[in-house]
Write a protein that binds this ligand. Structure first.
Ligand code: URP
Ligand code: ZN
Ligand code: ZN
Length: 488
């Protein structure tokens, strides 16, 4: 089996012929990119794609039989939280298990959120996250830096992020009462500074003040169960903050990206901005398609397994979200993988829903959810599937064309997608480090048969085969996205 990190060399096969292991030919499959689908072979040499086509010069090249499979660019998940302190605890997946569960879902690169610590610097966040990933990541990665404390020295420091290959920062408009929460004046100034620095601002858009007030009122009534997490964060609270962030970006003359859009009213604010011609990018996530408010309202404390922010919604929001993905109002499908164990972590909120750590695992289920509910149901084409999982993310986040495409010169990040694969999710067959899955019992149709990062096999037929520590940091540059239309 081809393993990551193995020196590329030649070998003599059993028939005595020399085989060139520095080259790899994917043959017999259908190439599927964001632009189109066609039968072709893909030739890889020294970690890069060197040719896509037919009748390639392949004498002595090791081959991978891709017949019956779709050959896709590796998926990018620009919304993960590995080994992150949050909600009074630390996320359950570190950079080893977190990148493994992502790889098992067809992901070859993540962009994770490096948090500025209290009193800390942006460089400090970058260094801390670099250390967390070192020796552990099985796939490639980048960082967004979450600005939590906009001091004067941070304002001066911000432009240096671009030099480190960090092309994006994040601001949390929610989580009032925690160090993450950011007021409008700071959000506005970050937008101005980032525009000058060539850095894209991502926002978690929920009105932190109103949520805090609604939570206080719920607790005063004795409403402590998990379902009150959603009832104190109604769609309007997300829609208001989404519109506010977009308008602040408009005043600042800056592009903006709204993460984890969960509901129709928030999407409406994005759609209206696009009608005005404003550059607004937006992401949605698998949990808003596969899970729903009723999961939170389950008996007893079971609903804690479904607590994330924005919360799970009524399914009546879904047609609008599908339409957003189809028309380009939503360009990105990220996981927001932020895993906590039920035992000992979700349980922190047993007597008060406010203390349940917010977040769900989903990196492994992301692409399979989109294929099962979207492509198989005729809501999205296979090319739109590749666009929102890979190509749009590479372009918007400044990693294109190194990542996000199957073209000569690109990194050989490849997913062999098996449309005939079926799997029922259960906690025991997940590759992460979590004691439950919110997708328990869900049947997925279509999934990755094998996954390659820079030509090296990292996942095959249910097994992780990549070496921990083989993932590399990818420098990104927002200039790569200059001039990109809001609807990619
Ligand atoms: O519930 C969530 N989404 N947790 C992760 C942190 C965030 O807000 O993205
Ligand atoms: Zn968030
Ligand atoms: Zn998140």
């Amino acid at each position: 089996m081809r393993r990551r990190g193995r020196p590329l060399q030649s070998e003599i096969d059993p028939s005595g012929k020399e085989r060139d292991l520095s080259r790899l030919l994917f043959t017999g499959g259908t190439v599927v990119t964001a632009e189109g689908s066609y039968p072709a072979d893909v030739l890889v040499e020294d970690e890069k794609i060197v040719a896509v086509g037919t009748n390639l010069d392949t004498n002595g090249t090791e081959t991978v039989d891709a017949s019956g499979k779709l050959i896709m660019p590796g998926f990018i998940d620009a919304h993960t939280h590995m080994d992150m302190p949050f909600g009074g605890t630390v996320t359950a997946d570190d950079w080893a298990t977190g990148t493994e569960t992502a790889a098992a879902g067809g992901t070859t690169m993540i962009i994770d959120f490096a948090l500025q610590s209290e009193g800390g610097t942006l460089a400090g966040a970058f260094e801390t996250w670099t250390e967390k990933a070192a020796g552990k990541a099985v796939i490639d990665y980048g960082f967004h830096v979450a600005i939590t404390d906009l001091r004067d020295d941070i304002k001066t420091e911000l432009p240096s992020l671009a030099e480190k290959g960090v092309a994006s920062v994040k601001i949390f408009m929610a989580y009032k009462g925690t160090p993450l929460y950011t007021e409008d004046d700071d959000l506005f100034e970050v937008l101005q500074l980032s525009r000058e620095a060539g850095v894209l601002v991502l926002v978690h858009a929920e009105n932190g003040d109103v949520i805090s007030k609604l939570q206080e009122q719920a607790l005063a009534r004795g409403d402590i169960a998990p379902k009150f997490h959603a009832l104190t964060r109604p769609p309007e609270v997300e829609a208001e903050a989404t519109n506010r962030a977009i308008r602040l970006a408009e005043v600042a003359g800056a592009p903006i990206l709204v993460v984890h859009v969960s509901c129709a009213p928030a999407l409406e604010a994005i759609h209206l901005a696009h009608e005005r011609g404003q550059t607004v990018y937006a992401e949605t996530c698998p949990q808003y398609f596969a899970l729903e408010y009723e999961d939170l309202a389950k008996e007893g404390f079971e609903g804690a397994k479904y607590v994330c922010s924005p919360p799970l919604r009524d399914p009546s929001n879904r047609p609008a979200l599908w339409n957003g993905l189809k028309t380009g109002d939503l360009q990105i499908f990220g996981s927001d993988h932020c895993a906590f164990n039920y035992e000992g972590q979700k349980e922190l909120g047993k007597d008060n829903f406010v203390n349940i750590p917010n977040g769900l695992p989903g990196a492994e289920e992301r692409a399979m959810t989109l294929w099962t509910l979207g492509v198989r149901e005729g809501k999205l084409s296979e090319n739109q599937f590749v666009a929102v999982l890979s190509t749009n993310q590479a372009r918007i986040y400044g990693a294109y064309p190194k990542k996000g495409t199957l073209a000569p010169g690109a990194d050989a990040d490849i997913v062999l997608w098996d449309p005939d694969l079926s799997i029922t999710a259960t906690a025991g067959n997940r590759h992460g480090n979590v004691d439950y899955t919110p997708y328990e019992g869900m049947e997925f149709h279509g999934g990755p048969a094998s996954v390659y990062v820079r030509g090296g096999l990292v996942y095959k037929d249910g097994e992780i085969v990549g070496e921990r520590g083989s993932g590399r940091f990818v420098e990104r540059s927002f200039t790569a996205t200059k001039g990109l239309e809001a609807r990619v």
